[in-house]
Each structure stands twice: as structure tokens, then as C-alpha cells.
Design a protein. Structure first.
Ligand code: ITT
Length: 215
């Protein structure tokens, strides 16, 4: 089975590839959207939950590419901000509006907004988690499998973060539980994948893929 990793985020593609490669899925060939050598219009992520958006992306890209598609919708939930940035994590600095701003600049502005909104909140009240929902859709638009993963942590205070050069998005702000000693941007890619929301969701999806391709 050829499966397109249906994301425009190269960091996600790299993390997903690494985890799924480690799962030894012999009947599965993974390709990225970039490998297909064409541009595809990005579907509007209008779902109210990560799970809905994952299904939207997987089915939209499956229809566009004609292949099975695996999509990831993910983001950061901060308890002190009532779960924000949540489903608008990627565009938090513009209230969820897609303005065409480059990813690097967006990440930086998103991080600044989060730190600003948490100003004065002590470390023990900065609990947060990364959430990842995945969906696998067939070319006919059927959702064949879904999976979820989470990673608990805290958003560091300004004396501790930003720190680290790996990863992307909110990683430089996110102190990983249970010891909150390093940010997820300080973890080597392998270590992040072993602990992360995306790693967990991908390993669960691999189990689903083994089941699907075995029949
Ligand atoms: P696609 O929709 O093309 O997959 P995207 O980056 O826009 O790419 P999402 O809509 O799922 O993806 O938004 C995910 C955002 O959540 C991402 O841009 C980061 O801001 C944040 N995020 C998700 N996983 C993360 C991780 O592992 N480390 C840091 N930030 C993460």
C-alpha cells in the first residue's frame, strides 16, 4: 500500500517517517506530498477538534492525490489559557487566520503570544500538553483508521525558555514532564519521537496499518 504523508509541514513529515520506518511496516510505501512533484491546494481546517481536522486533511488529500493518505492534526493545549491555542496552534498569532506568513516567522510570533499571555503565571500553573490526532483515508474517501497521542509538560517561564534548536513550533517553550528539565527542542529527534504525541499516535497508527495490510 502506498501512503502519502499528507502534510505541508516538513518537520512533521520527518518525524512521521522516522517513527513509521522504525515500525518495520513491510507492506507500506511512504511518500510525502513533495515526492509527488505537484502542488496541492491546502484544505481549510474548519473542524472544532484535532480529530475532525485530521479527517478533513486525510480525506481531502486522498481525493486530490488518488492515494491512501495519512494526515496529522496537532497542537498545544495550555490549561491556564483554557486549552488555547488548541486547533489554531499553527496560526495563533493571527487568531487562527491563515495570512500566508512563512512558517518560521509564524512559529516565532505564536511563541511570543503564548509567553505574553502567560506573563506572571508561575511554573507550577503552566501545565500544557501537545496533542496529535491522525487519520488514514482511502482514495475513495473512507476513513480507515484513526489514532491519538499526547505529551504532557509545562510552558517554561522566561528565565528558562526559549531553549533548544531541534524540532519546530512551540518546542523551544515546552518543558517535558515528568522532570521539566529540558524543552522538547533540546531533545534529539529520536528522543522526541520516543516521548512525543506524534510518536505515540504514529506507533498506534502503525498497529492499525499492520491490521489493515494483513487482510
Ligand atoms: P499541516 O496542516 O500541513 O499538517 P501544520 O503545521 O499547519 O501542517 P497543524 O494544523 O496540525 O499543522 O498545526 C500544528 C501546529 O501545532 C504546528 O504548526 C505547531 O505550531 C504546533 N505543534 C504541533 N506539533 C508540534 C510539535 O511536535 N512541536 C512543536 N509544535 C507543535
Amino acid at each position: 500500500m502506498k501512503i502519502v504523508l499528507a502534510t505541508g509541514n516538513q518537520h512533521k513529515t520527518a518525524e512521521l517517517r522516522a517513527v513509521l520506518a522504525g515500525e518495520g511496516l513491510r507492506a507500506v510505501e511512504l511518500v510525502s506530498l513533495a515526492d509527488l512533484g505537484r502542488d496541492f491546494p491546502e484544505p481549510a481546517e474548519i473542524g472544532a477538534t484535532f480529530a475532525e481536522n485530521a479527517r478533513i486533511k486525510a480525506t481531502a488529500y486522498a481525493a486530490l492525490t488518488g492515494f491512501h493518505c495519512l494526515a496529522d492534526d496537532s497542537g498545544l493545549e495550555i490549561d491556564a489559557l483554557e486549552g488555547r491555542p488548541g486547533v489554531i496552534s499553527s496560526h495563533y498569532c493571527t487568531q487562527g487566520l491563515e495570512t500566508g506568513m512563512a512558517r518560521g516567522e509564524r512559529d516565532e510570533r505564536n511563541n511570543r503570544r503564548v509567553m505574553h499571555e502567560l506573563e506572571g503565571v508561575p511554573l507550577d500553573r503552566r501545565a500544557a500538553r501537545f496533542v496529535c490526532e491522525m487519520a488514514l483515508a482511502s482514495p475513495e474517501g473512507r476513513v480507515l483508521a484513526t489514532s491519538r497521542g499526547t505529551m504532557e509538560g509545562r510552558i517554561g517561564t522566561p528565565d528558562r525558555v526559549p531553549r533548544g534548536a531541534h524540532g519546530f513550533g512551540y518546542d523551544p517553550l515546552f518543558l517535558v514532564a515528568p522532570d521539566f528539565a529540558s524543552t522538547s527542542a533540546e531533545l534529539e529527534p529520536k528522543a522526541k519521537n520516543a516521548l512525543s504525541h506524534r510518536g505515540e499516535a504514529a506507533r498506534r497508527m502503525a498497529a492499525e496499518l499492520r491490521r489493515i495490510t494483513a487482510v
